[in-house]
Design a protein around this ligand. Structure first.
Ligand SMILES: C[S@@+](CC[C@H](N)C(=O)[O-])C[C@H]1O[C@@H](n2cnc3c(N)ncnc32)[C@H](O)[C@@H]1O
Length: 238
């Protein structure tokens, strides 16, 4: 039986999918995608006779569709936004399919985290500034408690997913100096991408002024302002 392919769709720009991922999307018999985050232009590039937006569908229903198509010998492609290993719901599907004797293959994608770094023209790790990257999210509907205050005290680059609708609350709980550079990147790589830069003290107000209320990443740390960060040249080149 052919495996079910879990493919990273990339951050939004339909050209930011891997060559392997695009070939699978184009040639799928059943394409299941997260309509709220995957660009419709990418879905439009698929010749799949069956396309299914999973947004709002119940888990057993999605699973039943994946299973039925796989058993019929169809090529099944499940598209997840960005890279499916970050804040996705991929593993529960893989495990449930495995329990039914259906194998899966994962094709990675470009996370919105990397599209945000690209929009900022910076590195998330930068010599002499930050050698570590902390990826996290605030508490919300699907998480009771978060670890944002403690993680922000580490002084490393902090990337916060799923906080676009509560920027003020998230930033208000950061335990780093108020002058620490911070950025909010909305819809990284989409046509309406917006980048707002400031400091921990003023970024929430600036994002509010820019009207950013969802689908954004909050990046905190000196890497946001590489010129002012005092970075050192890497030893990669003589
Ligand atoms: C369910 S998570 C999926 C993340 C995805 N797996 C990834 O690697 O980008 C959705 C969150 O990712 C972030 N996100 C997704 N696409 C984005 C984009 N193009 N620009 C900025 N943030 C984005 C937002 O924080 C959003 O609330």
């Amino acid at each position: 039986m052919e495996p079910v392919y879990f493919v990273g769709a990339g951050p939004g720009d339909p050209d930011l999918i891997t060559v392997k991922g695009l070939a699978l999307v184009e040639g799928a018999d059943l394409l299941v995608y997260t309509g709220s985050l995957v660009n419709p232009d990418l879905v439009g590039r698929s010749r799949a006779p069956e396309k299914l937006d999973s947004h709002g569908m119940a888990f057993p229903e999605i699973l039943a569709r994946l299973e039925a198509a796989a058993r019929e010998g169809k090529r099944v492609v499940r598209l997840h936004s960005g890279d499916p290993s970050l804040y996705g719901a991929m593993v529960e599907q893989i495990v449930a399919l495995e329990d039914r004797g259906i194998p899966s293959v994962v094709v990675p994608g470009v996370s919105s985290l990397f599209a945000a770094a690209a929009a900022l023209g910076t590195q998330l790790t930068l010599k002499g500034v930050s050698e570590s990257l902390v990826v996290t999210r605030p508490a919300g509907e699907t998480l009771e408690e978060d670890r944002i205050p403690g993680l922000s005290a580490l002084g490393e680059t902090l990337a916060i997913f799923l906080g676009g609708d509560r920027i003020s609350d998230v930033v208000g709980r950061l335990r780093c100096p108020p002058e620490t550079p911070a950025a909010v990147v909305y819809h990284a790589s989409w046509g309406d991408e917006r980048v707002v830069k400031g400091t921990v003290a003023d970024i929430a107000g600036k994002a509010e002024e820019a009207g950013i209320r969802r689908t954004a990443l909050i990046i905190v740390g000196k890497v946001v302002e590489p010129r002012a960060s005092g970075f050192r040249r890497s030893h990669l080149y003589p």
